[in-house]
Design a protein around this ligand. Sequence first.
Ligand SMILES: [Zn+2]
Length: 89
Amino acid sequence: MNRKQRRAMEKKVGKDNSQKLADKIFQFDKLPDECLACLKPFDKKSKEMATTWNVVIRDKDTVRLYCPECWDTAQKVIEQYKKEKENDS
Ligand SMILES: [Zn+2]
């Protein structure tokens, strides 16, 4: 791999990579049109929603979409679960 190729690759996997990936996912036709948890409608044309909603991909046929509120709640539940596990051991 030469320097030019490496630069191109570093650019590709740079820190804004996750956002680029999200952009790609939001163009994905498998994307649900509502939040999996609260069924709030998701507007695929909304740039704001595309940057704030969260996508979880299990495999190419399983895409889960969560609004920021439900995502937040899920993160808290996971945190709580981790804490409880730590306390147990
Ligand atoms: Zn939701």
